[in-house]
Design a protein around this ligand. Structure first.
Ligand code: HDD
Length: 709
């Protein structure tokens, strides 16, 4: 099937597109709705009996002749495809990208020109280590891959939620992945890096130090996909119509703010709701709370390439935002869930080599290797080289060429000439001259004058200074989380020499105090000096790196539990529900069971779930309405007390209203900036919302050690 009936004039066959619906219209041709339809075989034959195989007599052997049963079982037998080698677990959504202002000075790429145009996108978020069925909230990097269906072809930005990477050269990727994946002899652990082979590798490869620190930070346990940052990581190029190129780094900043779980919460949530992130994204979009990111670029003029304390081509380095600020140029909105997880989220195939005119690569050796790997992997994952014809992967721009055959070919190409040049089909399809007018892709004319050599540039050899910068930029609580994470992970490492090497040869070069604290938790002597001379950077801290500085200040998108029981005060419930809705937050009314409760004034109140069914770890804050009978029930309910203790321990905002105030003494908790009480909802609402927006009550930390939850 051809995806274009547009003009066949080379260079002018771009789709006519004013809004994002065009990708949806394209997908619509492939959607299938069985409502009101007869059950049929794949050949279209109506099925009369889908319960019984064809047998010789009711108790007799099954007959080979049963083509209906054989078709069904054969399809079933082949239903699985290889999962992604990395990033196997993920969730996706449709949406659009819109540029704020024309960026023609920066790039000729069509998607950055017209503020009135919305470019359709498909985004897939993922974890890296775990298989398809693994938990969402494990400590791991999150993938943030975006397919832009632009007028000029697909552009894939295949990034992560951390701005750097573990290795500097793609040739090390299989080694790294083999080390982090479950160990080969027993396939343990699933979805985590707390094991010997990972720490063996990273402690032997100091270039990983910076990224490993990021994975030991709160960034590796995001509260949901809606609140992660996205980074293109590598330095890319943007090129304008005059051929002027600039280096850029791509950034995505969530409007919801950047937020993370605490470790205990992440671990519990992995068990209580394996699908926590997938579910959150799905529910947010279904409820009309569309996640949004601001798309920005750090721009570096070509002549400034060597003005930095690090090499722009080194993917283990950031450009601190205090040195080159991020210029916001557009926004990304996710507003539609897929219809079929397999057809869309599983079959979407990203590749960093999918670029469009106006965007180009840099010589980052990690990026260069990626350009090859992704298409290659799709060939075994999706069964052949025609994966671009799968609806979710189809560009909106037409794609005519001589690549006609191979497995799963769908398009019926007309014409006899599957080669170019030809004189049989009028010479079509023809090349398009490069340049903004015509739109033929032209690689940036970079002059290269070098020997062929297998060598790492010496400008890639500083492995620790930016790790130190990141550690120094974190708040005290964030630093403690990093210490706890290294201690937890290395505590799972069986071989003492690996623990020692990580502490003495990696952590000691990042920060001696960090190394000493982790060493103490592992029962190791504290290292006394770094093993490589520290390199002093021009800045000591980058505030842009601490999540404490990346909150939105709003509670839009936050999820708040309202605990109810028989005898609850209906006014309190209704008032808080309305107030949360007005702020764009999501209220969840939770009862002792999933059955409705009776309010103090004798009415029936429906609940969204039982408190067991939606545990505190799945929500951001807890509200307990008044009502004498309900308060009594809470005071004697282990579930309710545990709910509150757990939320308290995880530094969440809690409001106790009316008679529920008594829970303070029952639980023996002291009020604080996030543990509030008042006579009615109105009395606590403002402070409660302020506390929720702060995300965590950090000042509570000294008190939580004794909490039994
Ligand atoms: Fe990769 C998938 C991100 C380095 C090889 N990678 C994959 C995905 C993301 C990233 C988000 C999932 C895409 C999806 O949702 O389908 N990868 C990165 C980033 C990297 C990186 C940000 C470094 C900056 N990757 C990297 C290297 C190689 C690969 C160096 C190989 C040389 N990556 C792959 C892959 C995957 C993949 C094996 C598995 C599934 C797929 O490609 O489609 O080819």
């Amino acid at each position: 099937m051809s995806n274009s009936k547009k003009s066949e004039l080379a260079g002018t066959d771009t789709p006519d597109r004013a809004n994002t619906s065009q990708k949806q219209e394209q997908l619509e041709q492939f959607r299938s709705d069985a409502t009101g339809q007869a059950l049929r075989t794949n050949q279209g034959v109506k099925i009369a009996d889908n319960q019984n195989t064809l047998k010789a007599g009711a108790r007799g052997p099954s007959l080979l002749e049963d083509f209906i049963m054989r078709e069904k079982i054969t399809h079933f037998d082949h239903e699985r495809i290889p999962e992604r080698i990395v990033h196997a677990r993920g969730a996706g959504a449709h949406g659009y990208f819109q540029v704020y202002e024309c960026q023609s000075e920066l790039t000729k790429a069509a998607l950055f020109q017209d503020p009135g145009q919305k470019t359709p996108i498909f985004v897939r978020f993922s974890t890296v280590q775990g298989p398809r069925g693994s938990g969402d909230t494990v400590r791991d990097v999150r993938g943030f891959a975006i397919k832009f269906y632009t007028d000029e072809g697909n552009w894939d930005l295949v990034g992560n939620n951390m701005p750097v990477f573990f290795i500097q050269d793609a040739i090390k990727f299989p080694d790294f992945v083999h080390a982090v994946k479950p160990e080969p002899h027993n396939e343990i652990p699933t979805g985590g890096s707390a094991h010997d082979t990972f720490w063996d590798f990273v402690s032997l490869v100091p270039e990983s130090a910076h990224m490993v620190l990021w994975t030991m930070s709160d960034r590796a346990i995001p509260v949901n996909f809606r609140s992660i940052q996205g980074f293109g990581i590598h330095t890319f190029r943007l090129i304008n119509a005059e051929g002027k190129a600039r280096f850029v780094k791509f950034h995505l900043k969530p409007l919801q703010g950047v937020r993370s779980l605490v470790w205990d919460e992440a671990q519990k949530l992995a068990g209580k709701d394996t699908d926590a992130h997938r579910r959150d994204l799905w529910e947010a979009i279904e409820s009309g709370d569309y996640p949004e990111w601001e798309f920005g670029v750090q721009i570096v003029e070509e002549e400034d390439e060597h003005k930095f304390e690090f090499d722009l081509l080194d993917p283990t380095k950031i450009i601190p935002e205090e040195i080159v600020p991020v210029t916001p140029i557009g926004k990304l909105v996710l507003n539609r869930n897929p219809d079929s997880f397999f057809a869309e989220t599983e079959q979407v195939a990203f590749c960093p080599a999918h670029i469009v005119p106006g965007i180009d690569f840099s010589n980052d050796p990690l990026l260069q290797g990626r350009l090859f790997s992704y298409t290659d992997t799709q060939i075994s994952r999706l069964g052949g080289p025609n994966f671009h014809e799968i609806p979710i992967n189809r560009p909106l721009a037409p794609n005519h060429n001589g690549q006609r055959d191979a497995q799963h070919r769908i398009t019926i190409d007309k014409g006899r000439a599957s080669y170019e040049p030809n004189s049989i089909d009028g010479g079509w399809p023809k090349e398009t001259p490069p340049g903004a007018q015509d739109g033929g892709f032209e690689t940036y004319h970079e002059r290269i004058d070098a020997y062929k050599i297998r060598e790492r540039s010496t400008s890639f050899s500083d492995h620790f200074s930016q790790a130190t910068l990141f550690y120094n930029s974190l708040s005290e609580a964030e630093q403690q989380h990093v210490i706890d994470a290294y201690s937890f992970e290395l505590g799972k490492v069986e071989r003492l020499w690996i623990r020692e090497r990580q502490v003495n040869e990696i952590l000691a070069n990042i920060d001696l105090e960090l190394a000493a604290k982790v060493a103490a938790n592992l029962g190791l002597p504290a290292p006394t000096a770094p093993t490589v001379p520290p390199k002093k950077l021009s800045i000591d801290k980058s505030p842009a790196l601490s999540q404490v500085n990346l909150l939105s200040g709003k509670i839009k998108g936050f999820k708040v539990a309202i605990l109810v029981a028989d005898g609850v005060n209906a006014d309190d419930v209704q008032t808080i529900q309305q107030a949360l809705k007005a702020e764009g937050a999501h209220a969840k009314v939770l009862g002792p069971t999933s059955a409705p409760v009776q309010t103090a004034d004798g009415k029936t109140l429906e609940v969204d779930a039982s408190a067991d069914g939606l545990p505190s770890v799945a929500l951001d804050a807890v509200f307990v309405p008044g009502g004498a009978e309900a308060a009594k029930a809470f005071a004697s309910s282990g579930t309710a007390k545990h709910y509150l203790y757990e939320a308290y321990k995880h530094l969440k905002a809690i409001a106790l209203v009316g008679e529920a105030k008594d829970l303070l003494s029952v639980l023996q908790l002291d009020p604080d900036a996030g543990l509030l009480s008042g006579s009615d909802t109105k009395a606590v609402q403002k402070d409660f919302f302020t506390a929720i927006a702060q995300h965590r009550v950090w000042a509570r930390i000294p008190k939580i050690k004794s909490i039994p939850a």
